[in-house]
Design a protein around this ligand. Structure first.
Ligand SMILES: NC(=O)c1ccc[n+]([C@@H]2O[C@H](COP(=O)([O-])OP(=O)(O)OC[C@H]3O[C@@H](n4cnc5c(N)ncnc54)[C@H](O)[C@@H]3O)[C@@H](O)[C@H]2O)c1
Length: 251
């Protein structure tokens, strides 16, 4: 079991789904947490529940598309804890169309929304995190199985996650000399509000499992487990990886 005792870890997207499950698990494994999300109400609820269970956690309302927000988030983390050992950049959006439109019908607004949060947001977070991280630190970004393959009606989301995979691979090569690791997790369908939004838009009880080997959605904690491993010293020789946890989608 990945031990995170003594590590200070910053997390975006902490108010829901995979981010929420990751915050809980990292806290249970001994990490001190700096949580961020754009959803103030949910973030406050999560932070106070974690604190009630004995986990040290501060929170900051952050829009990852805003450089100033991201900068203040990392500055506050450093001011409070004096170090940053890990970061999980998990904030993301599926878009207003919730992956139901062909590229020929997509809009500039949808492109800007999805790319700004999923790709540019991860870039902005990594930029600030890497400036303060020291040897032994680890970054994990939310990629997706759609960072590794295409899916119809999901062109912009696919493009945003392919961009995340590119950031991971390039930054891993840059940061090797500093002994800072950069990895990503590539989930298939996970049971979170993001996938519920797709199911609602398609008016189905569950998404089509046929691309996966498993005929079910993954649980958020099944992704959190991979993120915890990649943030821990147990994965010390893993960098530049986009780690699939996709129920056998890519196999
Ligand atoms: N659920 C899946 O099946 C799945 C699969 C592959 C990848 N992912 C990725 O995993 C990550 C987490 O997804 P999830 O399923 O938990 O989704 P979710 O919708 O449950 O959570 C996403 C969180 O990101 C936050 N967020 C959105 N825009 C933000 C912004 N501009 N600034 C700060 N926070 C913002 C939301 O408020 C929310 O709390 C995302 O990057 C998503 O693309 C999810």
């Amino acid at each position: 079991m990945a031990n995170l005792e003594g590590k200070v870890i910053a997390l975006t997207g902490a108010a829901s789904g995979i981010g929420l499950a990751t915050a809980k698990l990292l806290g249970q494994r001994g990490a001190t947490l700096s949580l961020a999300d754009i959803n103030q109400g949910q973030l406050e609820t999560v932070a106070s529940a974690l604190s009630d269970s004995g986990i040290t956690a501060i929170f900051t309302v952050v829009d990852v598309t805003k450089s100033s927000d991201v900068k203040s988030f990392i500055e506050k983390t450093m001011k409070e804890f004096g170090r940053l050992d890990g970061a999980a950049n998990l904030a993301g959006v599926i878009g207003r169309n919730a992956s139901t439109a062909d590229l020929r019908d997509e809009t500039d607004e949808e492109w800007d929304l999805i790319m700004n949060v999923n790709a540019k947001g991860v870039f902005k977070c990594m930029r600030e995190e890497l400036k303060v991280m020291k040897s032994g630190a680890s970054v994990v970004n939310a990629a997706s199985v759609l960072a590794l393959t295409g899916k119809a009606q999901a062109s912009i989301y696919c493009a945003s996650k392919h961009a995340v995979a590119g950031l991971i691979r390039a930054a891993a090569r840059e940061e090797g000399k500093n002994n800072i690791r950069i990895n990503g997790v590539a989930p298939g369908f996970i049971d979170t509000p993001m996938v519920s939004a797709v199911e609602e838009a398609l008016n189905v009880t569950h998404v089509d499992f046929s691309p996966q080997a498993f005929e079910r959605k993954g649980k958020p904690v099944e992704i959190a487990n991979i993120i915890a491993f990649l943030l821990s010293d147990e994965s010390a020789f893993v960098t530049g990886a986009v780690w699939t946890a996709d129920g056998g989608w890519i196999c």
